[in-house]
Design a protein around this ligand. Structure first.
Ligand SMILES: NC(=O)c1ccc[n+]([C@@H]2O[C@H](COP(=O)([O-])OP(=O)(O)OC[C@H]3O[C@@H](n4cnc5c(N)ncnc54)[C@H](OP(=O)(O)O)[C@@H]3O)[C@@H](O)[C@H]2O)c1
Length: 253
């Protein structure tokens, strides 16, 4: 068997790009999923310049045809997939924040198309390839903002952030999706976990995050490279504490 094959969705920038860079530095072949051909090819070239075996794959997670073509291409090129990182995501397609009472269903549906339905569509298309790998890993890039426990804790730092509904609820749904795939696959070598990058400086939040993208990618990389006795069906990553000390661990659902 040659090196492991990892597909990362939304890998042309931000946390996804860094995840591809770090997995590539561990000698994995990294398939750079991107919905925009130009941005995807630029990322592929930058990763190759950095020494990674990177290949661009055109993949819009909201487009069934693009997902099917990506799966067919991976099957033809590699015959299997060792790692799937469902990283593509958005907070708001409308690019504005508003409280739950003013949320447009149009924006809510658009966010769910990417963060929720896109993950199910890509995972189901890739599962036959993941099952062919000796010990596949699926990582769903979630967020602590999708933790109902954290959001309802008056002492949690998330309390300072304004209430919104489309993004936190999409990540709460993604957490349950993670738990249910882990349940279905519990008697197989495939592990399915959710990653929490922590508040990371990317285009996603106009670079207001306090963690660099390289650190935001660490939870995805950790879960993508779990050993055979590692966990499945958990949400793991950066824990935002009131004292600001942070650290890594299991995020409560
Ligand atoms: N940044 C944070 O603080 C933070 C915290 C917790 C969780 N997260 C999660 O981390 C993940 C990555 O976020 P980021 O901060 O790196 O954001 P980002 O810099 O905005 O990157 C998002 C990526 O998703 C891609 N994408 C969006 N819609 C897509 C679609 N329909 N098909 C394929 N790709 C699509 C974007 O592609 P384009 O370039 O074409 O738009 C881009 O590559 C997301 O799931 C996000 O929810 C981020």
């Amino acid at each position: 068997m040659t090196s492991k094959i990892a597909l990362i969705t939304g890998a042309n920038k931000g946390i996804g790009y860094e995840t591809a860079r770090q997995l590539g530095s561990q000698d994995m072949t990294v398939l750079v999923g991107a919905r925009d051909i130009e941005r995807g090819r630029e990322a592929e070239q930058a990763l190759r310049d950095d020494g990674a075996d990177a290949r661009f794959v055109h993949l819009d997670v909201t487009d069934a045809k693009s997902i099917q073509q990506a799966a067919e291409w991976i099957e033809a090129e590699y015959g299997r997939l060792d790692v799937l990182v469902n990283n593509a995501g958005t907070a708001s397609v409308a690019r504005r924040g508003y409280p739950p009472s003013q949320t447009s269903l149009e924006d809510m549906r658009a966010v769910y198309e990417i963060n929720v339905f896109g993950v199910v569509a890509v995972t189901n298309a890739m599962l036959p390839l993941l099952r062919r790998a000796p010990a596949a890993r699926i990582v769903n890039v979630s967020s602590e903002v999708g933790s109902i426990t954290a959001q309802s804790d008056p002492a949690h730092p998330l309390r300072q952030m304004p209430a919104s509904v489309q993004y936190p609820s999409s990540k709460a749904a993604l957490n349950m999706i993670t738990a249910m795939y882990a349940k279905e696959l519990r008697d197989t070598p495939v592990k399915v976990n959710a990653a929490n990058p922590g508040f990371t400086a990317t285009d996603f939040n106009d670079h207001r995050g306090f963690r660099p993208a390289a650190e935001g990618a660490e939870p995805s990389v950790y879960l993508a490279t779990l050993p055979d006795d590692g966990p499945t069906g958990i949400h793991w990553g950066y824990i935002w504490t009131a004292g600001g000390t942070g650290g890594y661990g299991v995020i409560p659902w």
